[in-house]
Design a binder for this molecule. Structure first.
Ligand SMILES: [Zn+2]
Length: 280
């Protein structure tokens, strides 16, 4: 989570496979009919009150009371900056309130929808579209509220993304398992709260991977997400630019600025300059 200049935002929101693997495996999963109860009690999801979908809080479980005040954190993120579509960066968006917008490259947004559309369904897959849960007649389980349409999350892509008619049409297309769908066309935005955003394609093992340049007003933060390590001795700036081969859009206003911080998994904090910024 990054907090600066009055704005809070998450840098990715993926599943912690290490935490998950301590308690769950292929045939022992968190119970969908208990919403986020198992995730919170077992510490698989961070205990951030107000962040998660209210329909996933089982009213009979009093989960937030059980966690106690010391364990809980109150964070109201203006959005989530998504670096790429791998599960350890994106999957836990499924549990987040849909009013929290997701900033991603266009390729990542469409990849997430395709993964959900072609997947087996279930709560953990609801990264783009989500179906409201309601308490069943038994009073101790949750199930999809059949009287409600599914909803689509708000996704925002950088200005200048190649939003073709076919992409826009696919984005709002209900998938078979969701039935009726209340949709939100993909928006274009380079801002998150008080922050100004820019994105750089990076070299990783899934298309659409980006780093985010975040002008916070208190300094420039560069979040790389996963970044395939450059060869020993390679120029990091050149490596960052290697991912830009698929899209060469540049922004002259961003040239020559200095990044105050480079933050990412497996990446040491380094000083870096970035020159080529792009839209997808
Ligand atoms: Zn990855």
């Amino acid at each position: 989570m990054l907090e600066a200049n009055g704005t809070q935002g998450f840098l990715d929101f993926g599943t912690s496979y290490a935490a998950h693997g301590r308690y769950f495996e292929e045939f022992l999963k968190p119970r969908d009919d208990q919403g986020i109860l198992d995730h919170l009690v077992m510490g698989v999801l961070p205990p951030i009150e107000g962040l998660y979908r209210t329909d996933l809080t089982p009213p009979w479980a009093h989960v937030w009371d059980r966690l106690g005040d010391d364990a809980k954190r109150k964070i109201a993120p203006a959005g989530i900056l998504l670096s790429h579509a791998h599960g350890d960066h994106a999957s836990d968006i499924a549990y987040v309130r849909s009013v929290v917008p997701i900033h991603a490259s266009l390729t990542t947004a469409v990849t997430l929808k395709a993964l959900q559309d072609s997947g087996r369904g279930g709560l953990a897959t609801e990264t783009v579209a989500w179906a409201k849960r309601a308490t069943t007649a038994a009073g101790d389980t949750l199930a999809v509220d059949q009287g409600e349409s599914a909803h689509q999350r708000i996704f925002r892509v950088p200005h200048g993304s190649a939003l073709s008619a076919s992409v826009e049409e696919y984005w709002v297309e209900p998938r078979g398992k969701t039935g009726d769908l209340i949709t939100h066309p993909i928006e274009e935005s380079d801002e998150l709260g008080s922050w100004k955003l820019s994105c750089l394609p990076v070299d990783h093992s899934i298309l659409g991977s980006v780093a985010w340049g975040i002008e916070t007003g208190e300094g420039l933060v560069l979040y790389t997400g996963d970044l395939r390590p450059p060869r020993a001795g390679a120029d990091l700036r050149r490596h960052l630019r290697a991912g830009a081969g698929r899209n060469r859009r540049t922004s002259s206003r961003d040239r020559g600025r200095s990044a105050g911080e480079l933050s990412g998994r497996g990446t040491k904090r380094v000083e870096a300059r970035h020159r080529r910024l792009c839209a997808a």
